[in-house]
Design a protein around this ligand. Structure first.
Ligand code: NAD
Length: 398
């Protein structure tokens, strides 16, 4: 009870008022900070078209090929938005790109799953894209035979979502990342559509995605380029980016990954399947394309894409190398005497698959420049050796 003549403050009431005041101050501070942040006061530069600037959405830009493509686009003064769910890619690759191109309006990374149509629509509604390079995909033949639905969903269905959203938002250009690895030899070389006979869910899912794009394109003014690659190898010659697949995917892996894993002793050696093919040394012949050349083909495709036109190109060197040649190049590039087991043929393998690059040379003025297998592998090996944990942590070895 307050004593007469002395005005005592009620401590409970005081505490309550203090809390209200503190909350109000905090809210005011937050509003002030938000107002001062560029994204509050002015719409992001990514959300509006700017004359002279081409804004490219690179899906799967945290992955092997996508990150190299983003690097090249950024070097060439494109504005880049990377969308990736990091299921297979590496945030480390995105961080390197952000460090290389810190200027505002150059690069943004958006974490999203292309299987989430709502998220995709939101991204397209908040950003003004001029083109899409669609790399995002699960991309292992072996895995696709074990989990085909994952492949149809991730490749075919997600491509449909991307395409529909592009139409809704009026994005004019699509560069689509396809594959040649499991096509019939005839189609791969002749680039004729009716010959494609993919033999596994990965190839079939890509073919369905291509078919959707081509059917849609018959009544559309969209500029479309479809690039079908062969075996991709190598990495950024300046050593900033590399190929760092998830360890659990190693068993489904690609040939260059197997070469490095064998050199590092992660796997006991390399297995060459089939030595009695009708080729110069009895092993299969394949076309290996360096990732630097591959991304150059994408940029040329983007530059040459025209409204209402569709271009389909095989991206390879045009020169086949035998598996034995590859293994020898791998040994020299790594300096490791890798153990090689020669095994019987694997069913379904073609003896020779290599591209006919005439069309891409004539129409896009593109030819492969990094055609020294050993050199490409050496560049990639340097990155592998200095990134034993991929993008997880860098550590140099002798
Ligand atoms: N590497 C090759 O030899 C080769 C050959 C032919 C074609 N391709 C094609 O090139 C493209 C890129 O292959 P890569 O070797 O860089 O593979 P990668 O696994 O390194 O990259 C794929 C990227 O896509 C992302 N991604 C996957 N599903 C996603 C989803 N639902 N939403 C958002 N992001 C998703 C992954 O996180 C990853 O970063 C693929 O479309 C693949 O089919 C690759």
């Amino acid at each position: 009870m307050p004593l007469a003549g002395i005005d005592y403050a009620d401590p409970k009431k005081n505490n309550f008022v203090g809390k209200i005041l503190m909350a109000a101050m905090l809210i005011a501070l937050c509003i002030l900070m938000l107002k001062q942040s560029p994204s509050f006061s002015t719409p992001s530069v990514f959300s509006r078209h700017e004359s002279g600037v081409t804004h490219v959405l690179v899906t799967g830009g945290a992955g092997y090929i996508g990150s190299h493509a983003a690097l090249r686009l950024l070097k060439d003064s494109y504005r880049v938005t990377i969308v990736d769910n990091l299921s297979r890619g590496n945030l480390g690759a995105v961080r390197i790109l952000q460090e290389l191109f810190p200027e505002p309006g150059k690069l943004q990374f958006l974490y999203a799953d292309l299987g989430d149509a709502k998220a995709v629509h939101k991204i397209f509604s908040q950003n003004a894209f001029d083109a899409v390079m669609h790399f995002a995909a699960v991309a292992y033949v072996g895995e696709s035979t074990l989990d085909p639905l994952k492949y149809y969903h991730n490749i075919t269905s997600n491509t449909l979502t991307v395409l529909e959203t592009m139409v809704t938002r009026g994005v004019p250009t699509l560069i689509y990342s396809s594959t040649c690895a499991m096509e019939s030899l005839k189609r791969c070389r002749s680039q004729k559509l009716h010959r494609w006979l993919p033999i596994n869910p990965y190839g079939k899912a890509k073919k369905m995605a291509e078919d959707i794009i081509l059917d849609f394109h018959k009544n559309s003014n969209m500029a479309v380029m479809i690039l079908r690659y062969f075996n991709v190898i190598g990495s950024d010659p300046n050593g900033r980016l590399g190929e760092a697949p998830r360890p659990e995917l190693r068993e489904h892996g690609r040939i260059s990954g197997a070469c490095f894993d064998a050199a590092r002793g992660i796997i006991p050696g390399l297995k060459v399947r089939g030595t009695d093919y009708k080729t110069s040394d009895g092993t299969c012949i394949r076309d290996y394309i360096d990732v630097t050349d591959l991304v150059d083909a994408h940029v040329k495709a983007l530059e040459k894409a025209r409204p209402g036109k569709v271009g389909i190109y095989n991206v390879g060197t045009g020169r086949g190398r035998s598996v034995k040649e590859f293994v020898e190049a791998c040994k020299v590039a790594t300096g490791v005497p890798i153990k090689v087991d020669f095994l019987p043929r694997r069913p379904g393998d073609y003896a020779e698959v290599y591209s006919d690059p005439t069309k891409i040379r004539n129409e896009l003025n593109w030819t492969a420049k990094y055609t020294d297998l050993q050199e490409s592998l050496q560049v990639a090996w340097r990155w592998q050796k200095s990134h034993l944990n991929g993008y997880g942590s860098s550590m140099a070895t002798s």
